[in-house]
Design a binder for this molecule. Sequence first.
Ligand SMILES: [Fe+2]
Ligand SMILES: [Fe+2]
Length: 298
Amino acid sequence: MSGVRKFEHATLRVTDLPAAVEFYTEVLGLTELEERDGVVYLGCGLDENYDLGLVEGGTGVDHVAVRAPDEETLDEYESRLGEAGVDVERTGGAEPNQTGGVRFELPTGIGMELVTVADASYHHPTRTVGDRKRTAPVDVDHANLASYHPDRDLDFLTEHLDFVVSDRIEGETGFTVQAWVRRGDFHHDLGISTADNVAHTLHHLSFEMAGIDAIKAFCDDLTAAGHQLELGPSRHNAGSNVFAYLWSPGGNRIELTAEMATVDESAEPGVRTITREENTVSSWGGVVPTREFLEKGS
Ligand SMILES: [Fe+2]
Ligand SMILES: [Fe+2]
């Protein structure tokens, strides 16, 4: 965890667990913390909490977790969700360094939880966990979900979980094409994109890098290890963050990012209507998303 950002971890399904673990540890530089009940738990190594769980079988999201400050907050959301007719499971200690949790599904079936974690310290580069590479990500940053009904999931997040919309792109008749939502001051803890397939649940999982120099060093290591980027680097419109994307072994897209904007709680959401010709992905231009980038999830 780190202060303003509220996203805590994701567990992803992968088609090839050994290949995925090798990539995330050897190339991306995550530290393996533990294997428990078939899930391999990895961390960025600047705190004791896990950032990415990997489990064999398919692709996409097993669940994503957003941090809550304390048990009382979990109690409050457990009863609010229960009153709204949502099936809620209380978890706690089921995952490494997790002290409490409330687990449920978004309307489209994507697994999600609110969690409290044991390590609430701020990041300090001289206090590392495991054999952390200096170029490893600072932290997991956000997840961008692939939803077959973005408006239904967006309404759920704002109505029942008090997410606030930072930016939203709508189609010509007002439906949500993409949205970015936050629970604190960080521009987005979660994004929602339109899924190309009802079975798909993830557009990408994002990791914060120390800066664009760290993204550059990673891209050199990535190429040397025989992989290629899918898109970027460039700077986004929504969130103003720097980005680079790639498909990782095991079948999911990841993003390396830096410089995400923070937003005052009084800010009005930005809403843009897209036309098919417009490049909404890159504010610098010159980096043009392919149809596969815009539409394909996992
Ligand atoms: Fe979790
Ligand atoms: Fe992202």
